[in-house]
Design a protein around this ligand. Structure first.
Ligand code: DSN
Length: 413
């Protein structure tokens, strides 16, 4: 077998893994055939440094039209007159460009820390953000909610140039209006990273950072928005020039026009009424599954969820997030270990697990399927606490997973 064939064989293996697994990673989803087709198209051959109408290469009329349509479509999705740059290769690059557009190295940024649910690029010491900027962090209260009094106290004390909100593992509504009021009080710019909840914002199921007047709003397109892997940056019109030049030439070279075409398709899909129904099901499935864990006696960070994810706090059980993630992998259920507020274990181990419903809702899983999945996870946690994990135990759980997946696929034809 050639090395090329071996790569395709590995892709087939991954395809099978995805089909045979219950996917609960809150940041993952399954794109449509059309998104996949655009992402794998001939547009990958094209260099187009610059922006539509102002490129550094010839032959850009087609990609100019695709990128312009993508820009228009995303403004329609969020019903906004904000400027949007559709070129960020990722959410991290969107955040990097957003910072470099409006603040200088050494400036103070007020943000939430990684172990309380924020993203690496919100100031983690091992990330460019924590190395370049003077990061200060607001806290969460004893239940796990963002502590708005602490946000205000820290803002008044440290006078940040920029306040960052948004999260990767936060199960509740974020009050963007309250952040705006605090930013205004101390003369800071306000940036929201809505990567996780963008699909909920697009459909009106989460308050809008646009309506709250955030100066910059970044997102990825591959989480609840169900598009290709990539990023977007929205900004108030007066920041357009700074944001565009921070992306190109500041942080990136040639845009990925094949991904931009797929982003355009994801935007059109997000405007279809069926997408609103989908987001409603994501939220209600999440709530159903979270409540089942509460009924079974588990602790959830904040006690529940308002969005597409929830956080199991396993501290009382003595089981670590790492061991749970690895054991569930053997049973073909995928999730990720996650820090819980006031975490005592390292991020490699953790005392929690993050569970999201966006991906399996796309695959058509019903509330019954999510309830049954919660039952399988409960059996695994109990076995880890007690009798241990045998090959027979794993095989029994895999059969349950197959049964859940089969009834999901049968129900969806
Ligand atoms: N790493 C991503 C997540 O899993 O939430 C955030 O970009």
């Amino acid at each position: 077998m050639s090395q090329v064939d071996e790569i395709f064989k590995l892709i087939d293996r991954e395809k099978a893994r995805q089909a045979q697994t219950i996917e609960l990673i809150a940041s993952e989803n399954f794109v449509s055939e059309n998104c996949m087709k655009a992402a794998g198209s001939c547009l990958t051959n094209k260099y187009a440094e610059g922006y539509p109408g102002k490129r550094y290469y010839g032959g850009c009329d087609v990609v100019d039209e695709i990128e312009s349509r993508c820009i228009d479509a995303w403004k329609q999705v969020f019903n906004t007159n904000y400027h949007v740059n559709v070129q960020p290769h990722s959410g991290s690059q969107a955040n990097c460009a957003a910072y470099s557009a409006v603040i200088k190295p050494g400036d103070t940024v007020l943000s939430m820390s990684l172990d309380n649910g924020a993203h690496l690029t919100h100031g983690s010491s091992v990330n460019f953000s924590g190395k370049l900027y003077n990061m200060v962090f607001y806290g969460i209260d004893s239940r796990g909610y963002i502590d708005m009094e602490d946000v205000r106290r820290k803002a008044l004390e440290f006078k940040p140039a920029l306040i960052v909100t948004g999260a990767s593992a936060y199960p509740r509504i974020i009050d963007f209006q309250a952040f705006r009021a605090i930013a205004d009080e101390v003369g800071a710019l306000l940036m929201t990273d809505m990567a996780h909840i963008a699909g909920l914002v697009a459909t009106g199921r989460h308050p809008s950072p646009f309506e709250a007047g955030c100066d910059i709003i970044t997102t990825t397109t591959h989480k609840t928005l169900r598009g290709p892997r990539g990023g977007l940056i929205f900004c108030k019109p007066e920041l357009k020039k700074k944001i565009d030049s921070a992306i190109f030439p500041g942080n990136q070279g040639g845009p990925l026009e094949h991904i931009i075409a797929a982003k355009a398709i994801a935007a059109y899909e997000a405007m279809d009424p069926a997408y609103s129904d989908y987001i409603d099901r994501v939220i209600s499935n999440c709530n159903t599954m979270a409540n089942r864990f509460v009924d079974m006696g588990y602790d959830l960070v904040t006690g529940g969820t308002d969005n597409h994810l929830f956080l199991l706090d396993l501290t009382k059980s003595g089981v670590t997030g790492k061991v749970l993630q690895e054991t569930l992998d053997l049973c073909r259920i995928t999730l990720n270990k996650n820090c819980v507020p006031h975490e005592t274990r390292s991020p490699q181990v953790t005392s929690g697990a993050r569970i999201g419903t966006a991906a399996m809702t796309t695959r058509g899983m019903s509330s019954d399927g999510f309830l049954a999945t919660a039952g399988v996870i409960d059996k695994v946690i109990k076995a880890l606490q007690g009798s241990g994990i045998s090959d027979e135990f794993i095989d029994a759980r895999k059969s349950e997973v197959d049964e859940i997946l089969n009834s999901t696929l049968t129900a969806n034809g």
